[in-house]
Design a protein. Structure first.
Ligand code: SAM
Length: 356
């Protein structure tokens, strides 16, 4: 009992600390920008007191669900504290050093400054951009080294808790194949980036065969360093386009995809869904996680609008108006359900049996 309350307090304290650190970082960087380049300050809508309270409430709910699922044994409690803390601390100063070039890109409206050595033919056009004004886009080890920290700061320390919301629907979906040993089940994380979601899935389902796909070799290199460095089950990481995945038909029992759709133009979103359908075995589940949208969270409309005013997110405005449920339906998925957790919407959908 004492150990339980101690762990819970430690978790809450960690989350509060991350939230505060994120807030302080954002305030200082915004003040600095105002000082050195006031002309680049985005014209954002201020967040009202009521919205702030509502945001805090939804963070508390997210953390409550996170704690409850760990307590139920859906994933080990150690996951609540999992992060390469020393590495992140060492890299944190690099985020400050990187800021001036980010501001310069924003000022010059330069959104296509990617490394010259990149073979552009390998990538779709929409990918060759500085999403979030990020140095090198997704196309360098430097970018991959800063990404996780940047996302944690952006979401005030809740990014991993939001990613963990895919685990409950994933575990539920795999029940469909409960007569098979876990070692015979294959799960793919699409656009895995640095592999944070894969790490969480492996902690929850240690024997399952895991795959990660991403277009960025640098992000996959980082993922490999985090994932394949001990005696845990080996995770296979493949570089490829989610619109044309190098997997055979019906080869996966579940697919996850976290924070990709808002960075895709419409046609690509549809292509990715079509591919997920193709590679899923009938009865298999797709779990999608991405930003909340206007339809489900109208109360946070200006928070969403601020996001694309502050960061280079060329497809976000379209994404928040897109009907993902309709897309899932039209792609043939059934048993579609969705729910919001702070800034993330989770969709779960099943490829029905009997259709080939
Ligand atoms: C916002 S990040 C999300 C990464 C990770 N899922 C997470 O939770 O942090 C978007 C990722 O999608 C990848 N990506 C974008 N377009 C892609 C595509 N067409 N095919 C595969 N990966 C893509 C990027 O390289 C990047 O790693």
């Amino acid at each position: 009992m004492a150990e339980k309350s101690f762990t819970k307090i430690a978790y809450q304290t960690l989350q509060q600390g991350k939230s505060l650190a994120g807030l302080v970082h954002k305030q200082i960087s915004s003040k600095l920008l105002e000082l050195v380049a006031p002309e680049v300050m985005p014209d954002t809508d201020p967040i009202s007191r009521e919205q702030l309270l509502e945001l805090r409430r939804s963070i508390s709910q997210l953390e409550h669900s996170d704690w409850k699922d760990a307590e139920k044994g859906l994933y080990p409690k150690s996951q609540l504290f999992e992060a390469p803390w020393i590495e992140w601390a060492a890299r944190y100063p690099l985020i400050w050093l990187d800021l001036p070039s980010t501001w310069k890109r924003r000022k010059n409206r330069n959104t296509q400054e990617i490394p010259k050595t990149i073979n552009k033919e390998v990538y779709p056009d929409y990918y060759l951009q500085n999403f979030h004004h990020q140095t090198d886009g997704y196309l360098s080890d430097h970018s991959a080294g800063l990404y996780d920290l940047q996302v944690e700061i952006l979401f005030s320390g809740t990014a991993d808790a939001m990613r963990r919301r895919v685990l409950a629907p994933l575990v539920k979906g795999l029940q469909e194949f409960k007569t098979r040993p876990h070692a015979k089940l294959r799960v793919l994380d699409v656009a895995t980036g640095t592999g944070r979601t894969l790490k969480q899935i492996r902690a929850a389902l240690p024997k399952i065969e895991l795959f990660g796909l991403d277009l960025s070799g640098s992000y996959l290199r980082q993922a490999s360093r985090y994932l394949n460095n001990n005696n845990s089950e080996f995770v296979q990481l493949i570089r490829g386009n989610a619109e044309e995945m190098p997997f055979s038909n019906e080869s996966m029992q579940a697919v996850t995809c976290v924070f990709l759709f808002h960075e895709l133009p419409r046609h690509a979103r549809q292509n990715v869904l079509k591919e997920c359908w193709r590679i899923l075995e009938p009865g298999g589940t797709l779990v999608l996680a991405d930003s909340i949208q206007i339809k489900d969270s109208p109360q946070f409309l200006n928070v969403m609008e601020d996001f694309y005013k502050v960061f280079h997110e060329p497809y976000y405005k379209d994404y928040i108006n897109d009907d993902i449920e309709d897309r899932l339906n039209k792609s043939g998925f059934e048993s579609i359900s969705s729910e919001s957790h702070f800034m993330t919407r989770i969709w779960s959908a099943v490829k029905p049996k009997g259709i080939r």
